[in-house]
Structures are given as C-alpha cells and as structure tokens.
Ligand binder design. Structure first.
Ligand code: FAD
Length: 400
C-alpha cells in the first residue's frame, strides 16, 4: 500500500532538511528520502565550515550571492531561534544550534600585505557600496587584539567584516531533522541512489517531488544548450573538491571565523563550540573524492600554525573531503517541470549555508503552488524576487 504525500523530497542534506522542515510547518504532508543514513555523512553539508560570510565571499563571487546571503542570514537568525524553541519543548531534544554573528576577522602576514588591496577591491566591485561602507572596518594591531586576544601582537593590520556569521553545520542538520520529524515528516533512510521514478517502489505517492540531491542529481542537470545528449561544453552540474581539517585545540581561543589572506592558499579557521576548529578549505576543479592529499593537509595545517603556534598542539580529529555541487555559472538554480510536478534545487556550490534559506524559501513557494493543484496558479512566479533563479523546464529542457 502506498502512502499519500503532498511532497516527496529527495536528499536529506542541507537543502532537503530545510525544505522538509519549512514545508511540514506550513501544513504539507512531507516524505524525505535519503540514499544514506540520518547522520548526514553523505552530504557536503556534513563537512562544511558553515560560515555565513556574504562580504568575504563576494571577493570571489557575484552580487547575486551577496544578496541571497544577506537575506539568508536574516532568515537563519529567525529560523535558528525557532528550531531551538521547538526543540526546547521536546523530551528528547537535540542540543541548541550554535549560531553567531560576531563578524569575520581577516588578517595577513606582513610579506603578504599585497593581498589586502586585491581582496578589498574585489569586495568593492561586487558588494553594494552601502554594505561595504557599513560593514568593512579596518583594524590596527590594538583593534585585532581587542577582538581576538589570542592574536595580540601577531598581526599589525586586519579587517573586520561586521555582521558575518556562522553555524554549527552538524548541529543544524540534527536540529532540522529532529524538528521535521516531530512535525510529522516521514523519513526513508538507506534508500540507495534513487530518483523520482523509484518513489512508488518505496511506497510513496506524492503530488510534487522536490529534488535536493546535490551532486547526486547530476543526471537531471544536462549542460544547458546541449539538450538531448548533443553538444559538449560544461556539465550542467559538477563537483568541486573541497578539503577541510577538524581539530581540537583547547589552547587556542578564537571567537569568530578568521581568514588568512595568502597568495597561494588563502584559508579560514572557523571556531565551533568546545574548542573545535574547522580549517579549510581547498577548492579543486576535480570530481575526485578520494582522501585528502598530503599537500592539502600540509598547507591547511601550516597556515593554521602560522596564524597561532598553539595549533601545533591541536589534535587532528578528521581530514574531510567532499565535492560542492556546482553549476556552470556558479549560481544556484531552481528548475520547475510543471507537467511532471518536479522541482529541482541545486548549485549551492561553496555557499550552501550562506544562501540556502533564501533559495529553499523560493523553491518551497513553487512546491506549495504545485501541491495546491490549482491549474490556474502559476507555479513559477512571474515576479520572483530572484530573477532568473527559477526557470520552467520540460523534461530536461529549459523553457525561455
Ligand atoms: C569543504 C567544504 C566547505 C564548505 N564550507 C561552507 C561554508 O563555510 N559556508 C557555506 O555557506 N557553504 C559551505 N560549503 C558548501 C555547502 O556545504 C554546500 O553548498 C551544501 O551542503 C549543498 O547543499 P545540498 O543540500 O544541495 O547538498 P548536500 O548537502 O550534499 O546534500 C545532498 C544530499 O542528497 C543525498 N543524495 C545524493 N544523491 C542521492 C540519491 N540519488 N538519492 C537519495 N539521496 C541522495 C546525499 O546523500 C546528501 O544527503 C562547503 C562545502 C564543502 C565541501
């Protein structure tokens, strides 16, 4: 016997869990189907540093990411409060989600000072001027020491990117799932590599499918302009290898993410609760998901050691590798097949935590309209807040 749902979500990574929680709270009957287990170990979100850094990321991305990021950080603030409040009422509550917005500190060693004007000029070229004026603050040695006493005397100059935040990635995944399940989401784990055609076999009959499989949805994202198997070019979805190290460093006390500008390997160190630090991240144009290379481990750990020698006594807990689901334009996209009632969300690339709330919200709006079943309702809103991000498709072909 099949169970009836308004929406079946494929993939319980970051986007899938967020969507499940938002949709079930809106009164929809939701099934969440994942190839792996509930710990999220198959997801890019499981290894991410989960920094929410619209300005810092604008040094290497487009205005759209900054705008989605600013909107999403506001949503995270509200949603984390809701997640924590919902969990507070549960007898088997998960830990409150760690979230902070104390800014990003950017520093550089004296011999790399040439990196700073490059970094700030890229930020200025991409970010809205009023945002830069409001949030980018230059620091001297005393300013750095007052923000991060552990770095006193180590750097002469720095930048503070105010209002930037971070989450605990794994805590967020746990809380999203716990709240979704409490609200009635039906979960299917260990389903294997599935797509929407497998749902009947899994006993699921859904009015709408929301595909959040990240890189696992690659086959559903052919190169645009190369529909029907023709043409070459860039794949519609590809993985970009990223490596991060998780360390336990009880002798280091940093309060906010720190970015170290460097010509060859710019790194960040994101402090999590209990003296855990995520040191990252490489970005390699490669689908390889084999274990971390010695070179990457050396570069990441040496950079951390150069930031603060007490990292030399840190304990390495994990050397993680994942691939970021990336579209040719490095922007997120939502593709809507109204006829087949399938919505696909993908391309969160290196900004998933930064931008997911706004992207998921936009996709959920379309899902609600489709689940409503009103044939007169246009599932793809004409005046979408993010022009171009949502597009109708038929099969795999984008309709213009
Ligand atoms: C090293 C690294 C560091 C990062 N740091 C940051 C950061 O600091 N800030 C930030 O904003 N972003 C960061 N990101 C990016 C962020 O993690 C991703 O953008 C985000 O996780 C993508 O979310 P997603 O839900 O699309 O995919 P995922 O989180 O990968 O989830 C996809 C899910 O679908 C499941 N799945 C796949 N195929 C199938 C299938 N066939 N059937 C069923 N289930 C399937 C997977 O098992 C997984 O659970 C980082 C990423 C990496 C790799």
């Amino acid at each position: 016997m099949k169970q009836q749902f308004d929406v079946a979500i494929l993939g319980a990574g970051l986007a899938g869990r967020l969507a499940a929680w938002r949709l079930v709270r809106g009164g929809l009957r939701v099934a969440l189907v994942e190839r792996a287990g509930p710990d999220g170990a198959g997801a890019a979100a499981h290894v991410a540093a989960a920094m929410l850094a619209p300005l810092a990321e604008s040094a290497i991305s487009e205005r759209r990411i900054v705008e989605l990021g600013i909107a999403s950080v506001d949503l995270w603030r509200a949603w984390v409060a809701e997640l924590n409040a919902e969990q507070a009422d549960e007898p088997t509550a998960v830990d409150p989600v760690f979230f902070q917005q104390d800014g990003t500190l950017v520093v550089w060693h004296a011999h790399d000072r040439g990196e700073m004007p490059l970094f700030t000029s890229r930020i200025r070229a991409v970010s809205p001027p009023e945002l830069v004026a409001e949030r980018l603050r230059r620091l001297d040695a005393a300013g750095i020491a007052s923000l991060e006493p552990a770095l006193a005397g180590r750097f002469q100059q720095g930048l503070l990117l105010e209002g930037e935040g971070q989450l605990d990635n794994r805590g967020t995944l746990r809380a999203l799932l716990a709240c979704a399940v409490s609200a009635g989401v039906h979960c299917v784990w260990e389903a294997g590599e599935i797509d929407e055609r497998d749902l009947p076999r899994l006993g699921i009959d859904a009015r709408v499918v929301l595909d959040c499989r990240g890189l696992g949805a690659r086959a559903a994202w052919p190169a645009e302009g190369a529909i029907g198997g023709g043409g070459g070019g860039m794949p519609g979805l590809r993985g970009l290898r990223g490596e991060v190290v998780r360390v336990f460093a009880p002798e280091v006390s940093l309060h906010r993410p720190v970015r170290l500008l460097h010509p060859r390997y710019p790194i960040y160190i994101a402090p999590k609760p209990n003296h855990l630090y995520v040191i990252g991240a490489t970005e390699l144009e490669s689908e390889d998901d084999s274990p971390m290379s010695v070179r990457s481990a050396l570069e990441l750990l040496s950079a951390a050691y150069s930031l603060h020698p007490a990292f030399g006594e840190a304990r390495v807990l994990e050397l993680n590798v994942q691939r970021r689901p990336t579209r040719p334009d490095h922007l997120p996209a939502v593709r809507v097949d109204e006829q087949a009632r399938v919505v696909r969300l993908n391309g969160l690339y290196r900004h998933g935590f930064l931008i997911a709330p706004a992207v998921v919200e936009a996709a959920c709006e379309v899902v609600r309209a489709l689940a409503d079943g009103d044939p007169a309702a246009h599932a793809v809103p004409a005046s979408a807040r993010w022009p171009g991000m949502i597009a109708p498709v038929h099969g795999n072909a984008v309709l213009h």
